[in-house]
Design a protein around this ligand. Structure first.
Ligand code: NAP
Length: 319
């Protein structure tokens, strides 16, 4: 099969399309013929060397969707021909086939395309965990999704809206903000405007927001805290550097800064998350948005694009 291989950590140019042996499933494993592959910012961090203990060469990616081609022995309930999305892989996702544990293989409803299926795992599981496991979101609360136009932000917008929260989403471009509005945000703000956080507070009648989902904490965390209501919570999802905060902004509100990594979720939490996502995909409240698709060989271009401003849903690769 063809797969993207990384032989040394570095820039996007280290992603190379090569021929490699097609893996064979063992007990409780499945081989999936991939139709679409999701590109996440974390794939670029790992490619750059954020996980130096990773054995080289490797095939990047954990998010994909396709059709089950071969099943290993075991009482796992997955059949050849099933439409599935992945929540992790054993052999990598940037490839024509991927070997997965059956437990990391989830049924994809007919109404969700493979491209949309490749956009489910990291974005939607992160958004769900941030809202419900970390922020303990309640219906009726106000959530500011700081960076709503990207993969995680669109997922959070749809999940929060369906759960009865009041959603304020931000985007950096007109196109991105229209997308956020179309996904159910009650209010949409431009995070490039100087007064947009004051406008967020005025949208709550001056009370402040209950929850902030923060995609770029190194830029925003210090400015987030004065926007919170009493007992408000900021959930740090993304950060690319250092930041200064004023602790008194937290003290005066009994507020919390919490952070999360999807990789810290337990097996039980992940099972619960994917049960919820499966229900949302089935009942139509979750509708992954694919902004750009590229051939698998263009993985270097996709890695450059996923870090550029002007997000518009997900980037997917087509094997
Ligand atoms: P993405 O699709 O590239 O989206 C990035 C988002 O950040 C866009 O909405 C972008 O808006 C927004 N943004 C850019 N500048 C901003 C600013 N100054 N203030 C607020 N938002 C701004 O990435 P993603 O997949 O959604 O991931 C978002 C972040 O979360 C990344 O840093 C990623 O590494 C991280 N993440 C963490 C976890 C975890 O487990 N903790 C899991 C998944 C992702 P515009 O482009 O419209 O300006």
């Amino acid at each position: 099969m063809k797969a993207i291989r990384v032989h040394q950590f570095g820039g996007p140019e280290v992603l190379r399309l090569e021929a490699v042996p097609t893996p064979r499933p063992g007990v409780n494993q499945v081989l999936i013929r991939l139709q679409a592959v999701g590109v996440n910012p974390v794939d670029t961090y790992i490619r750059s060397g954020s996980n130096p203990n990773l054995a080289l060469p490797y095939t990047p990616g954990m998010d994909a969707a396709g059709i089950v081609d071969v099943v290993g022995e075991g009482d796992h309930g997955i059949k050849v021909g099933d439409r599935v999305y992945t929540s992790d892989t054993l052999s990598g996702a940037y490839a024509e086939f991927s070997l997965c544990e059956a437990a990391h293989t989830h049924r994809l409803p007919e109404k969700i395309s493979f491209k949309q299926g490749a956009a489910v795992n990291v974005p939607y599981a992160t958004a769900y965990r941030a809202l419900f496991h970390r922020a303990k979101a309640q219906a009726g609360e106000v959530v500011l999704i700081h960076g709503a136009s990207g993969g995680v932000g669109i997922a959070a917008t749809q999940i929060a809206r369906a759960a009865g929260l009041i959603v304020i989403g931000t985007g950096g471009t007109e196109k991105g903000r229209k997308l956020v509005a179309g996904q159910g945000a009650h209010h949409v703000l431009d995070h490039g405007m100087p007064d947009y956080l004051a406008r967020a507070v005025s949208l709550t009648g001056g009370r402040g927001v209950d929850i902030i989902l923060e995609m770029l904490a190194n830029v925003n965390l210090g400015k987030d805290l004065p926007v919170l209501a009493r007992s408000g919570r900021v959930i740090v999802i993304g950060s690319r550097g250092r930041v200064e905060i004023t602790p008194r902004d937290l003290m005066s509100r009994d507020a919390d800064i919490r952070a999360m990594s999807l990789f810290n979720a337990s097996a039980a939490e992940l099972a619960s998350i994917h049960a919820a996502l499966g229900a949302g995909l089935e009942n139509g409240t979750l509708r992954p948005v694919v902004g750009r698709e590229m051939p698998l060989a263009d993985a270097p271009r996709a890695h450059a694009a996923v870090l550029e401003p002007g997000a518009y849903g997900k980037i997917v690769l087509i094997p």
